[in-house]
Design a protein around this ligand. Structure first.
Ligand code: 13P
Ligand code: SF4
Length: 311
């Protein structure tokens, strides 16, 4: 415990000394959320990165999120606790393969989910997150031909809610594609008064069971405003920390995955972040996110378009 208090003190000292801002995603460990200047979903974090006056951004999340912060702030130093904190979705779309896929649809505009590498963003007309995806799709004329990638589950869901027929890249999130419909139905039987809510990266059979579907912020807001007292939550269990904090009297049950032994489903990449690594990265100002200038310039355009539409 003494060691933990010392770490918090040291992180606070470094944050002040270096004029740093700590941005944490809802999926990281609770103490990493509690120490953040801002904790949010990927859209909120990109907006916070766009607005910050700090000299250094410490991104406690995964690599593509830190990369996005760097693209918006090329002049600032952006560091992250662990460079290996990747994302299975971003990895499911290698740049060369995506370029070949895009070349097959020369008339299509490209909407890229933010969970993608900077290289993919350079090939995109606009970026979106799950919080603003519908609004971004709706901003295109109805007859516009569209490609959506890299998440096919989110893409399928968006096709159904917008009535579009976007061509989808075949990628998925290793956390959200593993929820077990059977185990969720069993839980719903066990807790008939509980509401089942899900992130749109889940597969369609899971989404069909959900009372509410949305980004992590949207799921959190839903649990605050719903009169229900119990929720079964199909997204990374880190979000439960904020749900419990906001509504300590409500019960939050992580949705079970097909192969989990712990009953929940964690993102191993998000969980690579730790207080010790946060402290070390702030002390040494590395690992740092760096990108070639031309990549930053090209990737910035679709990200700024997204931020403009999401104001
Ligand atoms: P949000 O944009 O809802 O925070 O989701 C990010 C993510 O990585 C989902 O797996
Ligand atoms: Fe990527 Fe899935 Fe982890 Fe989100 S939960 S960061 S999409 S691997």
């Amino acid at each position: 415990i003494d060691r933990d208090i010392k770490l918090v003190e040291e992180i606070n000292r470094l944050r002040k000394e270096k004029n740093a801002v700590i941005l944490s995603h809802f999926y990281v460990e609770s103490e990493l959320q509690d120490i953040a200047d801002y904790v949010g979903d990927s859209l909120g974090l990109a907006q916070a990165a766009a607005q910050t006056k700090a000299d250094m951004i410490v991104f406690v999340g995964v690599h593509f999120m830190a990369e996005t912060a760097k693209i918006i702030n090329p002049e600032k130093k952006v560091i992250l606790p662990d460079l290996k904190a990747g994302c299975s979705l971003a990895e499911s779309a290698p740049a060369d393969d995506f370029a070949a896929f895009k070349a097959k649809y020369p008339e299509h505009k490209v909407i890229t989910y933010v969970n993608a590498t900077a290289a993919l963003k350079t090939m995109s007309d606009i970026v979106c997150t799950s919080a603003n995806a519908k609004k971004i799709i709706d901003s295109f004329p109805e007859d516009e031909k569209l490609i959506f990638g890299p998440d096919k589950n989110l893409g399928n869901y968006l096709n159904s809610v917008t009535g579009r027929n976007m061509v989808l890249w075949d990628g998925a999130c290793m956390v959200h594609e593993k929820y077990s419909v059977e185990k969720i139905i069993d839980l719903m039987d066990q807790y008939p008064e509980a509401e089942f809510i899900a992130h749109p990266e889940c597969e369609q059979p899971v989404l069909l069971l959900a009372r509410h579907i949305g980004s992590t912020t949207s799921l959190l807001n839903y649990t605050k405003s719903s009169p229900a007292r119990k929720f079964i939550v199909a997204t990374e269990s880190g979000i439960l920390h904020q749900m419990k904090k906001a509504c300590p009297d409500k019960l939050f049950i992580p949705a079970p995955s097909v192969d989990s032994t712990c009953g929940c489903n964690d993102c191993t990449y998000m969980k690579l972040n730790s207080m010790q690594k946060l402290y070390t990265c702030m002390k040494h100002e590395q690992p740092e996110v760096t990108l070639p200038r031309d990549v930053i310039e090209k990737a910035r355009i679709p990200i700024e378009r997204m931020l403009e539409i999401s104001k």
